[in-house]
Design a protein around this ligand. Structure first.
Ligand code: NAD
Length: 449
């Protein structure tokens, strides 16, 4: 049985049957049986079905947002934004179905053509921090390419994925094309990774489980894309608009209570501006509204679970520079916390996945780049400076998949998202994601004889 809890109240909000190996095999068999017909659906018809799903998500926007908010403990305003993005993602990939083009390549003796073929059955394994959003980033391109899907949401947050499967049927997507399995990673996830009829695993989660996915996929030479952890740098130069940078910085760490792979949880500040920036940052962090996720004004909710709160707390070993307020009583609350650190400290190296930011001074541009790159991860990051040449120079020098200049932004529907180094590989979103859910076939057609 999978028991689902509201992290803000600790109340049980649902109990669902857990799938085991047998149910996983049955779902893969359904997806396999649905594949031949689904791959042949005319592009315009597949696009129409995806667009219909996008419209149903828009129509159920408030219901889905409330479900996600209650299940993850995220503020309702943020949950609404995420569900809005889910609809946009399905609209985008509806539009992409007939724009994923092949080539004709000049060769001697004939015509050479490339085709983008679907992979078959793909297994999608997603985490609990942005459950529906991250599922849609994988589902959109997979369905657009003509793949059929078995989606496994995290045990803690299965509710919106189950609802989405209902909406997909209502949209007219044929039975068997999108299957959702609620169950344990070590059972359902593991079986998907090993299953000979699953062609690819699209995984988002921790780097540790990402390694297991990669190892497990070796047995059947499965394709994998891995979107893993992060420890991103927010680099603030002395010539930046310090007020603007400090006002934005808390939201680059404390959004989703820090449970964000893109969290800029290392704040690197040029030494000559450090004291002033730290003062502004403390003030801005004091302003983050922590509390009931259903309150429209709330900006940060609780952590996902009691066990996760313990892990987060274990990172704060010394007296912090600042610790905010958080509700007492029921709920897995943890306050916004700012810690001063050196690059080698545990808090500056490991992913906390909670509302804890490490402030680190640097003396010049060279040192800023060195510290930013001194990490096993490379997912996102920001650079704050009024010097445009420096901004681009530093952006090119930091080994990370997505960067923003004078902004916290990481993710847009139409732009590629993914990691360098141990943050994983493969790209989601934009037209780039289609490459991860299709195979290139080359066909030579002789014109001789
Ligand atoms: P997790 O790795 O524990 O779990 C992710 C998913 O994998 C869940 O569905 C889980 O059930 C499944 N799983 C667990 N063990 C498995 C196994 N042995 N075999 C197959 N599947 C298994 O991660 P989490 O705690 O749910 O999420 C937090 C992590 O996800 C953080 O490290 C965060 O940085 C990362 N994340 C990355 C991105 C990104 O796009 N790069 C986005 C969001 C979260």
């Amino acid at each position: 049985m999978t028991t689902v809890v509201n992290p803000a109240t600790e109340e049980v909000i649902a109990e669902l049957e857990s799938a085991g190996v047998e149910e996983t095999d049955a779902a893969v068999a359904r997806a396999k049986a649905a594949f031949p017909a689904w791959r042949k659906v005319a592009p315009a018809d597949r696009a129409r079905l995806l667009r219909r799903l996008a419209t149903l998500v828009e129509e159920q926007h408030e219901e889905l947002a409330r479900l996600e908010s209650r299940n993850v403990g995220k503020p309702i305003s943020g949950a609404r934004g995420e569900v809005g993005m889910v609809a946009q993602v399905f609209h985008y990939y509806a539009g992409a179905v007939d724009k994923h083009l092949g080539e004709t390549i000049p060769v001697a003796g004939g015509v050479d053509l490339t085709f983008r073929e679907p992979l078959g059955v793909v297994g999608l394994i997603v985490p609990w921090n942005f459950p529906l959003n991250i599922a849609s980033w994988k589902l959109g391109p997979a369905l657009a390419c003509g793949d059929t899907v078995v989606l496994k949401p995290a045990e803690l947050t299965p509710l919106t994925a189950v609802r989405l499967a209902e909406l997909a049927l209502e949209a007219g997507i044929p039975e068997g094309v999108l299957n959702v399995l609620v169950g344990k990673g070590s059972v359902v996830g593991q079986r998907l990774i090993e299953h000979p009829d699953v062609a690819k695993i699209g995984f988002t989660g921790s780097t540790e489980v990402g390694r297991q996915v990669m190892r497990g996929a070796a047995g059947t030479i499965k394709r994998v894309t891995l979107e893993l952890g992060g420890k991103s740098a927010n680099v603030v130069f002395a010539d930046a608009d310090l007020e603007r940078a400090a006002a934005a910085a808390p939201y680059a760490v404390f959004d989703n209570a820090g449970q964000d792979c893109c969290a800029r949880s290392r704040i690197l500040v040029e030494a000559s501006a450090y004291d002033r920036f730290a003062e502004l940052l403390v003030e801005a962090t004091r302003g983050v509204r922590v509390g009931d996720p259903e309150d429209e004004a709330t900006e940060m909710g609780p952590l996902i679970s009691a066990a996760h709160r313990e892990t987060v707390a274990s990172f704060v070993e010394a007296e912090p520079l600042f610790r905010g307020d958080a509700p007492d009583g029921r709920g897995f609350w943890y306050p916004c916390t700012l810690v001063e650190a050196r690059p080698g400290d545990r808090i500056a190296r490991d992913e906390v996945f909670g509302p804890v930011a490490a402030l680190i001074p640097f003396v010049d541009e060279e040192e800023a780049i060195r510290i930013a790159n001194d990490s096993d991860y490379g997912l996102s990051g920001s650079i704050w400076t009024e010097n445009g040449a420096r901004a681009l120079r530093v952006a090119r020098a930091i080994d990370t998949g997505v960067l923003s200049i004078n902004s916290n932004s990481s993710v847009r529907v139409s732009t590629p998202f993914g990691g360098f180094k141990q943050s994983g590989f493969g790209r989601e979103l934009g037209m780039h994601a289609l490459a991860g859910y299709s195979e290139i076939k080359n066909v030579f057609y002789s014109t001789e004889g």
